[in-house]
Ligand binder design. Structure first.
Ligand code: IVH
Length: 719
């Protein structure tokens, strides 16, 4: 990289001082030097059409600017190159925290799942089978979701979904999309419009033709083209790409758009957005299925990709009552079209060992294109699946087993991992042998056992199994967990295998920086590590000693505990000491700590048992203790419950509730910051007792705990 001053090339990070140790004068000087350099590169690229530096070097410069500005916000001036759309695609989009989370949708494939959806909603809302319940049905657009924030009718910000909590700021790019209005007349003061950015088939074909002609990158499918076009740092490139937008939802609002989903979508249309003309109101599952079939029949002629039909409860007051699970609304579901299929040869079956010891069979395939994407691996689920049985022993695929060398049918649905669906026995090689599933771990040779009721065989090696240990470590440093800069999967493998500077368990990451000087010299001489990058890595590790409780719980890699459950668990306990002592005191299946854990929304008995086990197994517990001794675990905020009369209170519901179901009552109370418990104890603040309340009401009386009926509860929470 010619003339890039102090900044090193992408291969080494050696010349840079960690931003954290820069003085503000040094930071300002460096910022100025790099900003000038970026501007010069922009001019060369755009105006003179003669790029001077590589995309990677350009990205490195911009990333450094972003790092400096994060530490010294006073340098982030309006005209900073980080605020302007620059040259090459890069990872330097600013992050935007969504005012209201952007959720995903539960998927359904079979018609009876739609009946289940309707049943569940009726049960949740306590509606009988004869009570009218209206839904909407609309195409599920296969693009990428975008949130547009309008303030006083002016487009202020556009953000991608990202992980649902935080997305990327793509405002300038969104402004170039013709379907996205710059200004709105008569809109609420705050209006976040959500919808899908997509590309039509015709525009996709001509874009690819143009790209091929000019030697540019061609795209596998319209969705990739839409995503690649929107996520361009140079808005001029986005402007040259024919993107479109359908509005179908909303985030923050200063006033409601309407009383129904249909009404709200009509309002968005009246405000100037494109809404999907196939959106319809339906009076139940049968009508939904009719619309599904009709839309599926139109699919090939729509001119844009859709991958299913989305059903939503029409009444917005009911939507509000139904609320959300951790990542999906209870009031909507995506009914997906059948997956795309292709046939290819299964070359080999390999076993991967995951962080919880699960032995997962993977099919290595002769690469084949399925719905525009090249597939060369597919999951085979477990040993029963390979043998042609389901987990209950019933035959699947007419009992046909899967063998190496077989001709197999592969299918893909949306973003899920491709699966092997079927086998063509007429093409089976004569010497093909039934697959023998290993009963020892291929990585550590420990026994691999299958517990009663578990479809999966697991390595019993625990932390002595290198595959489990490495996978656990990779999970530990992954994005939703500790997310340590410069310590990714590749580095974990390197350190794990290193006898001089081993990282065998998470605590070792934090003791690494304290090793003696001789070892550090060894590290410095390793591939990709120079003086500066070693100190950068140590700094990145130091930065993560302070970690919020939810991230720590997720990072522990306890079976069944995903990031959204970890969030809910952390919010329930608030701090490490409360969480750790509850897990230590808990006994599986009984006692107040067990009940309390089950009271966390989304925690069922399987996850609860897994959590309690992790704290009661000597080796795992010791490893957790060693880790926590290295950390400063931050308490997490309880949900925003300003003005909530029940925030922080422990509430018990007992007896029959007549105006809402138990599930709804619990979800509502928790959303208001209350803790809902299944049993009455001295810690209970309030008992809501319906008709037929028995021993719990008596206990509450004996303990002198306040007791109210359902109506009083509804008045109390202002419902
Ligand atoms: S509603 C709270 N409606 O599908 C739920 N989503 O798989 C908001 N999508 O993230 C989503 N068409 O990007 C909704 N008509 C439609 C949609 C739609 C496509 C996307 C959206 C969402 C994803 C979930």
């Amino acid at each position: 990289m010619s003339g890039a001053g102090q900044v090193s090339g992408p291969a080494g990070h050696d010349d840079l001082e960690p931003v954290a140790t820069l003085s503000s004068a040094a930071a300002a000087a460096e910022w100025k030097r790099i900003a000038d350099r970026v501007e010069q590169a922009n001019r060369a690229y755009h105006t003179e059409d003669a790029p001077e530096i590589s995309d990677a070097d350009y990205d490195a410069l911009k990333r450094r600017l972003v790092e400096i500005e994060a530490q010294f916000p006073e340098l982030a001036a309006e005209d900073s190159p980080t605020r302007q759309v620059g040259a090459a695609p890069s990872e330097t989009f600013a992050k935007v925290r969504h005012a209201v989370r952007m959720l995903s949708l539960e998927n359904a494939f079979a018609p009876d799942e739609i009946d289940d959806f309707d049943d569940r909603i009726r049960r949740y809302l306590n509606l009988g089978p004869d009570t009218a319940l209206s839904y909407t049905a609309e195409p599920k657009i296969d693009g990428l979701s975008l949130s547009l924030r309008y303030e006083n009718g002016v487009l202020r910000q556009a953000a991608t979904r990202g992980d649902g909590e935080t997305g990327e700021n793509v405002t300038e790019n969104a402004r170039t999309v013709a379907d996205i209005p710059e200004g709105l007349n008569g809109a609420p003061n705050v209006l976040e419009v959500r919808g899908e950015v997509y590309m039509s088939h015709e525009d996709f074909a001509s874009l690819n033709a143009r790209q091929a002609e000019t030697g540019g990158k061609t795209f596998a499918n319209p969705r990739n083209a839409a995503a690649g076009s929107l996520r361009q740092l140079d808005a001029k490139i986005t402007a040259s790409r024919p993107l479109r937008f359908f509005a179908y939802s909303w985030g923050e609002l200063s006033e409601p758009l309407a009383g129904t989903q249909m009404g709200a979508v009509a309002r968005l249309k009246a405000l100037g957005f494109k809404t999907n003309p196939l959106t319809q109101e339906c009076d139940g599952p049968k009508a939904l299925m009719k619309v599904y079939t009709a839309i599926e029949q139109k699919r090939a002629t729509l001119g844009y990709d859709i991958d299913g039909v989305v059903y939503k409860v029409n009444d917005l007051a009911l939507q509000a009552r139904l609320g959300f699970r951790s990542t999906t609304p209870r009031w909507a579901i995506a009914h997906k079209f059948p997956a795309e299929l292709a046939w290819t040869r299964l070359e080999k079956i390999e076993i991967q060992v995951g962080r919880t010891g699960a032995l997962s069979p993977v099919a290595r395939l002769t690469p084949v294109t399925v719905g525009g994407v090249v597939v060369s691996n597919a999951t085979l689920h477990n040993e029963d699946y390979i043998a042609g049985r389901d987990s209950k022993g019933n035959t699947i695929r007419d009992g046909k087993d899967i063998r190496e060398g077989d001709w197999v049918q592969v299918y893909r649905a949306g973003d899920v991992i491709p699966k092997v669906a079927d086998v063509d026995l007429t093409k089976r090689p004569v010497n093909a042998q039934p697959y023998v599933f290993p009963t020892t771990c291929p990585e550590c040779e420990s026994d691999a056992v299958r517990e009663e009721g578990d479809a999966v065989r697991r390595c019993t090696g625990g932390l002595i199994c290198p595959a489990q240990a490495v996978e656990k470590l990779k999970h530990f440093v992954s994005r939703g967990a500790f997310d340590i800069d410069g310590l990714g999967a590749k580095q974990i493998e390197m350190f794990y295998a290193d006898d001089a500077l081993p990282i065998k368990e998470p605590a070792d990451i934090f003791t690494l920086a304290r090793r003696d000087a001789a070892n550090l010299t060894k590290l410095k001489n390793r591939d990709g590590f120079g003086e500066k990058s070693v100190s950068n890595l140590f700094q990145a590790i130091e930065d993560k000693r302070k970690i919020p409780l939810n991230r720590l719980i997720f990072a522990l890699g306890i079976r069944h505990v995903g990031d959204s459950s970890a969030n809910l668990i952390a919010r329930h306990y608030g701090g490490w000491v409360a969480f750790e002592s509850a897990m230590t005191a808990a006994t599986i299946g009984e006692g107040p700590e067990w009940e309390d854990l089950l009271a966390v929304d989304g925690v069922g008995s399987v996850m609860a048992a897994s959590l309690v086990n992790a704290f009661h197994q000597d080796a795992e517990r010791a490893s957790i203790d060693r880790l926590v001794a290295e950390l400063d675990v931050q308490d997490v905020e309880r949900p925003k419950t300003e003005g909530s009369p029940v925030a922080g209170k422990t509430v018990v519901f007992t007896g029959t509730l007549e105006k809402m179901t138990r599930a709804e009552a619990k979800a509502r109370a928790e959303a208001l910051g209350a803790k809902v418990s299944g049993s009455v104890s001295a810690k209970t603040d309030l008992v809501v007792a319906g008709p037929g309340a028995g021993s719990k009401a008596k206990q509450a009386e004996a303990l002198g705990i306040e007791m109210i009926d359902e109506d009083a509860w509804l008045r109390l929470i202002g419902a």
